[in-house]
Design a protein around this ligand. Structure first.
Ligand code: SF4
Length: 440
């Protein structure tokens, strides 16, 4: 591939969300998942719960998540019943029984697609099975157009501490061209209600490089975000994974690359994120990861992210969800029917798994923590008895020469250049068998 071809936004994922890559997870490893769930937990390991709500009003054209836009009220009830059954099955396993939950995350899909009544029922029943009264954080993802004031009041009352709004862009034409269900008026209305209700933390998600994006509009998006003054802002760079509406449209065109007039290339997207970070820092925000800035670093934490990136256990519930328990990665079946049927039989709906070797645990944490912008050598020494600066001296030296990292006595720090493209170079740490493999 030529340099210029590499810089075009081609089809596929670039985001490194886990290690070893998902393509290595197999159904043949499911006995390891069941063994981990039947063993007592490793003392001191935090536990989280992820609940996947797979409904959306419309499918965004860039979306590759397992979501449904055609389910009726009865289907939603069936799904919520299955989800609760899954939580119940987990709550009885030796790996989970009696363990406090450190964080809870409602993701999707669109959790805010559910009605206030459905949400109240779901929260209350889950908490009967897995109490979370002392949890550090309850995150809830929202699509602005699904929010009404009374739904937000319910969420506040139910203990949501981190409300994450999928705003993505403020321009109606761009929102529409990318298949988003909401328009800008709904953003301001929902944000105002959420602020009035004093949620402890409000996060805004933006995407740099949606189809139709321009420099002028992106500057406006950043300005409007700063005007709203959220507690944190997360900025993603637009990917074009396989199995999205956009990728299918593009494959019909036949080139597997995108018309550059429609989708910005990677250098442009990085320039947009670079600009956004500059503006947020000028407005008093600080960087908390390669994607996120926070207004008040002492107060604004993100326990879900930081716990996962430091090796927490997490129950991944819902269709196609990912989890990790006792050193084993696990993912649920990805089909609605198989998911519901397994739970009707009283079985956990696991579809594939991968036991993670100690060395891979270290690599996983190294790569994920690098995304915070800093690695602390001492942490790896204490947890893994490893000297990462020595063990990976070739990799770090090469990243330093490329201007991605600065090396200190015992720490590694990402430069801005490194923060902007951390996912592109993380594969240098992959074990040889996973280099060049399909990631998902
Ligand atoms: S709202 Fe989120 S999950 Fe739903 S289709 Fe759009 S990107 Fe996908």
């Amino acid at each position: 591939m030529t340099d210029s071809a590499q810089e075009k936004t081609g089809l596929g994922n670039y985001f490194v969300a886990n290690y070893p890559p998902f393509s290595a997870w197999q159904a043949s490893h499911l006995p390891a998942a069941h063994a981990a769930l039947n063993a007592p937990p490793k003392p001191g390991t935090p536990l989280g719960l992820y609940l996947h709500i797979p409904f959306c009003r419309k499918r965004c054209k860039f979306c590759y998540f397992r979501v449904y836009t055609d389910k009726n009220a009865r289907d939603v009830e069936v799904y919520l019943g299955a989800l609760l059954k899954e939580v119940e099955l987990y709550s009885k396993t030796p790996a989970v029984k009696g363990r406090p939950l450190h964080f809870v995350y409602f993701g999707g899909g669109t959790p805010s697609y559910l009605s206030a009544g459905q949400l109240r029922g779901l929260f209350e029943k889950v908490q009967e099975l897995l109490p979370w009264s002392n949890t550090d954080e309850v995150t809830f993802e929202c699509e602005p157009g699904t929010l009404q004031q009374h739904k937000l009041e319910t969420l506040k009352d139910l203990g949501v501490s981190r409300l994450s709004l999928g705003i993505e862009n403020f321009d109606d034409a761009i929102l529409e061209a990318n298949g988003r269900a909401h328009l800008s008026a709904e953003i301001f209305r929902a944000y105002g209600w959420a602020r009035d209700l004093r949620f402890p933390q409000i996060n805004i998600d933006l995407i740099a490089g949606m189809v139709g994006e321009t420099w002028n509009n992106w500057r406006e998006c950043v300005r409007k975000t700063i005007d709203l003054a959220p507690d944190s802002v997360t900025v993603y760079q637009m990917e074009l994974p396989f199995n999205t509406v956009f990728s299918k449209e593009l494959q019909v065109i036949g080139q597997h690359t995108v018309d550059p007039a429609q989708v910005a290339d990677w250098p442009t997207k990085r320039a947009w994120v670079d600009y956004a970070f500059d503006e947020f820092l000028k407005a008093g925000y600080s960087q908390s990861s390669a994607y996120t800035v926070v207004k008040d670093a002492a107060r604004t934490k993100f326990f879900y992210r930081d716990s996962l990136w430091h090796g927490a256990d997490m129950l991944g519930t819902g269709v196609a969800s990912f989890g990790h328990v006792g050193g084993v990665h696990m993912q649920n079946v990805a089909s609605w029917e198989k998911y519901v049927e397994a739970l009707e039989r009283g079985e956990l709906p696991l579809g594939r798994a991968l036991p993670v070797a100690p060395r891979q645990m270290l690599l996983r944490e190294l790569m994920l923590q690098l995304k915070t912008g800093r690695l602390h050598g001492r942490y790896f020494h204490e947890k893994f008895a490893a000297d990462i600066l020595k063990d990976f001296s070739n990799e770090f030296d090469s990243l330093r020469r490329d201007g991605y990292v600065r090396l200190h006595d015992d720490d590694v720090e990402l430069t801005r250049r490194g923060l902007l493209q951390v996912d592109t170079f993380l594969p240098v740490f992959f074990e040889p068998e996973y280099r060049g493999t399909r990631y998902t």
